[in-house]
Design a protein around this ligand. Structure first.
Ligand code: BT5
Length: 329
């Protein structure tokens, strides 16, 4: 019921709705409405109450815990359990631990801060307190280990779409795992798994977003290549709203993959918002570096390049830098 009261207030955002109308619409007494309003206020919602006018929602808390998110979550599986920490080494580490102990598909681990946030190949991921979104999702798809990289494409499509929807910023996708705003990295994705030879036991997809992070405080080398949504929009955004939208978009694309066995929908989004395709790229794979033109993504989410001899090749993984973006100039 508290959730219904909140939804009605949100729907009416900016204008008053009387206690009487709320009680008629929701079929409970005005006293019950008043109790729920007080509970919401206690949770940090700013609700103005004026006699003869009623109630008006003027502000929402930006809290990422189970309670705050679940009230507004629009998903069936992803986020059915949210584990929230104030501080932790890495949400991927914790998600892997929970998955290893039998944690269900859909568990989401979120932390306000990571003291050992990780990128690929053990690189450091800066995760300052309270301003970013540092979260990991546990999945249990019946797929072969070789397909795990598809989950990164699903996550990239979901994050880019959600940033665009919530903030209006033109988020781009740098294949395979970066989200880019104004030519700088705003988000990185780290997909890890626990697997047998032929089957995946669990997948953990870690998403790190510099939502309201002050990147000026990052070390010099990272400051040069990183940005935040706040820097793009000019003001702080609601992390909660963005998390809710990401989980919603991710679930739709992930369930489509599970049902159709194709990531076609995600690949379409990755193509549409790609900052890689059509550009010259530098690919570093083990000890080999190639300069080539990125021409397309396959239906499996791999990158197609045309090398300097004019031959088209498929890139499955590796370090890809795009000319003019972040670090490759
Ligand atoms: C990534 O790796 O981009 C994957 C980052 C995944 C982070 C999430 S947060 C939640 C979950 N828990 C974790 O422990 N990790 C995941 P990679 O493509 O290897 O890029 C790493 C590089 O990005 C670093 O070497 C830096 O140059 C740069 N970097 C570090 N912190 C950054 C930040 N906050 N914003 C932008 N760039 C950053």
């Amino acid at each position: 019921m508290k959730k219904d009261v909140l939804e009605t207030l949100k729907y009416n955002k900016g204008s008053f709705i009387s206690g009487e109308e709320l009680s008629n619409r929701l079929g409970v007494t005005r006293t019950a409405i008043w109790k729920h309003i007080n509970q919401l206020k206690g949770e940090g919602y700013e609700i103005e109450s004026v006699s003869r006018k009623g109630y008006r929602l003027v502000g929402e808390p930006d809290v990422l815990n189970q309670h705050a998110l679940q009230m507004e979550l629009q998903t069936k599986v992803i986020g059915k359990r949210i584990v929230h920490y104030d501080t932790i080494d890495s949400t991927n580490n914790m998600a892997k631990r929970i998955a290893g102990e039998g944690g269900d598909e859909g568990v989401v681990v979120i932390s306000e801060e990571q003291t050992g946030g990780r990128g690929r190949l053990g690189r450091q991921w800066m995760s300052p307190k309270g301003t970013g979104i540092w979260m990991s999702l546990i999945l249990r798809p019946s797929i072969a280990p070789a397909e795990a990289a598809k989950i990164t494409q699903i996550a990239a499509a979901a994050v880019a779409s959600a940033i665009r929807y919530v903030t209006g910023c033109e988020a781009g996708i740098k294949w395979p795992n970066d989200i880019i705003l104004q030519k700088k990295k705003v988000c990185g994705i780290l997909t890890e798994m626990g697997a047998e030879l032929n089957s995946v036991n669990y997948i953990v997809v870690g998403i790190g977003i510099n939502a309201n992070v002050d990147v000026a405080l990052f070390p010099e080398d990272i400051k040069k290549i990183a940005t935040s949504i706040k820097a793009c929009v000019g003001n702080s955004i609601s992390r909660k709203e963005l998390v809710l939208q990401i989980l919603k978009e991710f679930e739709a694309l992930y369930l489509d993959f599970i049902h159709t066995k194709s990531i076609g929908k995600s690949v379409d989004i990755c193509r549409a918002h790609s900052v890689t395709l059509g550009n010259m790229v530098k690919i570093i794979n083990r000890d080999q570096t190639i300069i080539a033109e990125a021409i397309d993504l396959t239906e499996e989410g791999e990158l197609l390049i045309r090398n300097q001899e004019g031959l088209v090749e498929k890139v499955i993984s590796g370090e890809v830098s795009v000319r003019g973006i972040s670090d490759y100039v």
